[in-house]
Structure formats: C-alpha cells, structure tokens
Write a protein that binds this ligand. Structure first.
Ligand code: GRF
Length: 206
C-alpha cells in the first residue's frame, strides 16, 4: 500500500531551463514516464537528448519511439572517469541542455560533471533518502525491518545520493515483500514522482 504524501519539499532556487537531457543505462521506465508527462501536458519541458553509456539499454527505444535524439557514449571507450564526464558535458552543453535528469544511470559522476551543471542535475532513488543510499536500497529496507520505504528525487552534488531533496513519496513495506515486489511498487510511485519533481524544480527555478 502506498502512502500518498510528499514528505519534503525543500526545493532550492535552481537555475534550470526547460531543456532536459536524460541519462540512462538500462530499462528506462522513468525516462518513459517523463516522455509521457511531457506528451500529456503534465510537464512543460523538452527532452533534447537521451544519452546511454550502454548500447543495449532497452530504454533507448522509448526515446526512438518519441523521436528524441539518442546518443550512446560508452564509458569503456575512455581511460579515466573524468574524460568520460567531460565528453558527456560537451554533448549536453552543445545541445543547450539546462537540466540533467539521471534515470537509472549507473555511473558515479565526478566533480567534472557536477561542476558543469551546478544544482541542475536531478536523480531518482528508490528509498526515502537519506535512508538506504547506494546499491540495493529495496533490500536494505527489508534487511532493516523498515515498515515504510519510498522514492526520492534529489539534486545531485558530489556525495552519493546525498544532495538536497526535491520530493519524496512513501511506500509501505508489506509482510512477505521481497526486494522485487517492494521495488515494483516503489517504481510505480517513481513514475509519478519524477515528472512532479521536475515540474517543481522548473516552476521554482529562476
Ligand atoms: C529506478 O529504480 C531508479 O530509482 C534507480 O534506477 C532505477 C531505474 O529504472 N535510480 P528505470 O531504468 O527508470 O526503469
């Protein structure tokens, strides 16, 4: 059962433009949710490019179907993390991206990237941060015996999953939950939360 409450609304005054770049590594269901929100008129923004670090990311198909430019930038082609991040920054800046949305992008970002988009990078994480940062947050919640977990959209800074929180929503843990069943319920909440959070950031932005 999902508790429909936005726990926090600590949106900073973010200088964000409506031109979004989305970074993915896999399934891309959050990307799809953002595409749908824009198409439905629930979110006034444009996705200028979707970049994946993996050529086989199924999420690229969502972008193709929506007619959004895609780019595969393989991290394995770069010797150092910073070199890869510099290439990412260039591709985003060349297209005039003002707000970067991480949507299942399985790469740590170096200061090179974070400094290029100060307070203009969002991430979605399947827990109520600051609880359960990092990998396997659904399993972390179960191991901890939590009664409630959820999803968080936050601004990315140099510390992992630790930037200012934009929006959170709770999801109850139910008896018998596995990481998969809890994760699936959290994911359906994520799909509404991410567009809501982007809208909040853009509306509050300068
Ligand atoms: C989501 O659970 C998101 O919170 C996490 O990675 C997953 C990505 O899923 N950061 P998808 O690729 O958007 O379907």
């Amino acid at each position: 059962m999902e508790a429909e409450c936005a726990l926090r609304d600590n949106v900073l005054q973010v200088n964000a433009s409506k031109n979004i770049g989305v970074l993915i590594s896999g399934r891309g269901s959050n990307l799809k949710a953002i595409i749908d929100a824009i198409a439905d008129g629930r979110l006034n923004a444009s996705i200028l490019i979707v970049i994946s670090n993996r050529a086989d990311a199924p999420g690229l198909d969502h972008a193709h179907r929506a007619g959004i430019e895609t780019l595969v930038l393989r991290h394995t082609a770069f010797a150092a993390r910073e070199d890869y991040d510099r290439a990412l920054v260039k591709e985003l800046q060349d297209r005039g991206v003002g707000l970067v949305c991480l949507a299942g992008f399985m790469r740590l970002l170096s200061p090179v990237f974070v400094d290029a988009f100060p307070d203009r990078i969002l991430n979605i994480h399947p827990s109520l941060l600051p609880k359960y940062p990092g990998l396997h947050p659904q399993q972390q919640a179960l191991d901890d015996g939590a009664a409630v977990s959820g999803a968080t959209v936050h601004i990315v800074n140099k510390d992992l999953d630790a930037g200012p929180i934009v929006l959170q929503r709770e999801v109850s843990v139910v008896p018998g939950d596995t990481a998969d069943t809890l994760g699936a319920r959290i994911l359906s909440v994520e799909h509404r939360l991410y567009p809501d959070a982007i809208r909040l950031v853009l509306e509050r932005g300068r």
